[in-house]
Design a protein. Structure first.
Length: 353
């Protein structure tokens, strides 16, 4: 009778685990955007916690005061940078709105010299009014853009507020999460969470350092060759450097187009400067920064970026790299070490005996 009870209990437990996993996959598929917002808040909280830990270690401040200083410093840098470079960048972006169409016109003229290019141009409608939305559709699009902006601001506020809550009491949430697991596994879960935190912190430090180097070096390079709108283009390169593999390619397109408005020679200089910066970043800066932090396989990262980009658009593409870093820690610690290697250890000991 006891054996039947034990067997039934194991079956029920296994069935419950399977149902919970199916429910988790269902929620993840249906509400992936919500989970991405949660992860964005966790990532920002890791940044706040890393700055707070550094202040408490170097200045021996209380955690509350250190967190306040970290948050003020973070937003202070953003406001100061906006205050200093916003007028120049805003003016250059306004100029870019006129420069990019001129560059596209030059590209069209170049394509028209070739047969295959002429066929491509013929597929583009001559009358732009045919592709412009009607008045009622335009009003609908403006309304949709307004609601999208409000939604973005609301999501941004939620991420910041959640990050502040998480950073103010990280142990409250980590300990609460470990209580969902059996008592014998809680110390191991806490250890894995600590490794996830260290991985995300190292990834953030490395990525922000690489972004700063790319932004500054690109601005210097563009200024030296006399490229118009150098600061605006460098700012684009700075932000898009947060997206490995894909971001640098996107940032290079407007720079080349602006170079074409000056001449083919300037476009060639832009390619040489931007390509040189990316080459040094990929083969010198990134290996030095990430050699002791996070090493993501490029092919796996690109596949994961494409997958999340298809499923969740820009937000998925933006968070693909840090999510993959956490997944690699979880797989390595909870599956490879705790399952595969743990099962192989007794067999290896038996052979030695």
């Amino acid at each position: 009778m006891a054996d039947i009870y034990t067997y039934s209990r194991r079956v029920a437990t296994a069935a419950l685990i399977v149902l919970l996993m199916l429910a988790g996959f269902y929620l993840l598929g249906r509400h992936a955007y919500f989970f991405l917002l949660v992860f964005a808040a966790i990532l920002l909280a890791v940044l706040f916690c890393g700055m707070t830990d550094w202040l408490t270690d170097k200045l021996h401040l209380k955690r509350g005061l250190a967190l306040l200083l970290a948050v003020l410093f973070f937003f202070g840098v953003i406001v100061a940078a906006f205050w200093l470079i916003a007028p120049t960048v805003s003016r250059q972006i306004q100029e870019m709105k006129q420069t990019i169409p001129q560059a596209l016109s030059q590209v069209e003229n170049w394509l028209s010299q070739y047969g295959w290019g002429q066929k491509l141009i013929n597929k583009v409608p001559d009358d732009i009014s045919k592709v412009m939305p009607k008045q009622d559709a335009l009003l609908s699009n403006l309304s949709g853009a307004f609601s999208t902006t409000l939604s973005f601001l609301a999501d941004f506020a939620i991420v910041i507020i959640t990050a502040l809550f998480l950073a103010s009491s990280p142990k409250l949430y980590t300990v609460g999460l470990t209580k969902l697991f059996p008592v014998r596994s809680r110390s191991r879960i806490m250890e894995v969470l600590g490794q996830c935190y260290s991985t995300l912190k190292s990834w953030l430090v490395g990525m922000l350092s690489a972004m700063a180097i790319i932004g500054v070096s690109t601005a210097i390079g563009y200024s030296l060759i006399g490229l118009p709108l150098a600061f605006a283009l460098a700012l684009i390169a700075f932000f898009l450097a947060f997206i490995p593999n894909v971001g640098p390619w996107i940032a290079g397109v407007p720079a080349v187009l602006v170079g074409l408005t000056v001449g083919p020679q300037m476009a060639l200089y832009v390619l040489l400067v931007y390509g040189g910066v990316q080459l040094v970043e990929s083969y010198v800066i990134t290996p030095i920064i990430f050699q002791k932090t996070v090493d993501l396989p490029p092919a796996l990262l690109l596949f994961f970026q494409v997958l999340l980009g298809i499923l969740q658009g820009a937000l998925g593409l933006l968070l693909a790299a840090p999510i993959l870093a956490v997944l690699m820690v979880l797989v390595n610690e909870l599956y490879i070490k705790d399952v595969l290697e743990a099962e192989a250890a007794p067999a290896a000991e038996g052979k030695q005996v």
